[in-house]
Design a protein around this ligand. Sequence first.
Ligand code: S3P
Length: 438
Amino acid sequence: MSQIDFVVNPGGSLTGEFRVPGDKSISHRSIMFGSLADGVTHVSGFLQGEDSLNTLRAFRAMGVDIDGPTDDGKVTINGMGIRGLKEPEQALDLGNSGTSMRLMAGLLSGQAFDLELSGDRSLSKRPMKRVTEPLALMGARVETAAGGKPPLKIKGGQPLKGIHYDMPVASAQVKSCLLLAGMYAEGTTCVTEPAPTRDHTERMLTAFGYPVSRTGSTMCIEGGGQLTACDIDVPADISSAAFFMVGASIARNSDITLLHVGINPTRTGVIDILKLMGANIELLNQREVGGEPVADIRIRSAQLKGIQVPEKLVPLAIDEFPVLFVAAACAEGKTVVTGARELRVKESDRIQVMADGLQILGVDAQPTEDGMVINGGEIQGGKVHSRDDHRIAMAFTMAALRAAGPICIEDCENVNTSFPDFVGLARRAGINISSQQV
Ligand code: S3P
């Protein structure tokens, strides 16, 4: 594959109204649950990024008849029923997508056939014991490569039983994996989370007629149920909107409105953190679409100030820290992030990679074991590396809005995993960015 670098010239203002692509978490789940449902599921606003397309291809490889996505993001899934998946002919390649691998590890542990889940260079380094260990307690047989890394080899035909699992990390992927395995288990499967994490699995299963109960921080599901097809309207992804929220906050004379953004309260940490930093953000036209709250979000330039980020907001903004570190670099004073160790096991080690890049750009950014300390100040131009991580590439694009010289970001192919046409939208919004094949 040829390498793509972004070159972003300094300065600019962001203006206009835009809709960023569909929510990645909701897009994955729409394919998974639509495939297992009885009947035909219609999805609109589907994210046509590589990650959710990998989930779609994997379910097609298991015999599901899926039409689309059309150019405008419509997908039609002819559900096979909860026991209808077929053995794929080869290993399912999930590319860069940790969500696909962890959720499918649970869902596929309860099938009658054996199969293998593999991924790209980045996914192959990510920890899978966090799902394989509790799945083993349920009776599943899932083998990993050395050190608990992918590929995963799942042995089919294992009788599963419900467990009560206290999650050691706040992870929606682990919670979802176990709830999905729980649909195939005898009895009740319960998961207790140490802090609230995104609840799209619980909401969407309920929309498909498969109830998930919640008592405090414990979610439970009964085995042996069924899903009934329904229509899913995927809102714009707040994690993609976050780049432009920060961009419009830090760039001078900016005023943008991001349309139809999902504002599920388990995802809005980025808005709360930016507001604590002094951002000018308004939620307009709030409504509910298919069980998920949605709003248009208006953001205007503001002088941000450094803060101590409250730890309880960390899991609610876990994917937004790369760009929040850029916001901190542009803020007046010191920003301290703690309790964010999970950032080290995302698509890259997001603490180290962001600290390295910010330091290259002359920012006083000190990585800590579980976060970062950043003293806001001037940002210089320079060459930084995305380390194959889509969100790192997009975060440094925003840094250029306040930089003294051009920023070159190496290896940006992976932006396509979550944000197709990021460069086009960024240009239309007012960022002087070009994408160069090297
Ligand atoms: C996701 C959960 C989060 C998030 C990821 C998507 C999901 O991961 O970082 O991008 O769709 O469930 P963790 O649950 O591991 O924190």
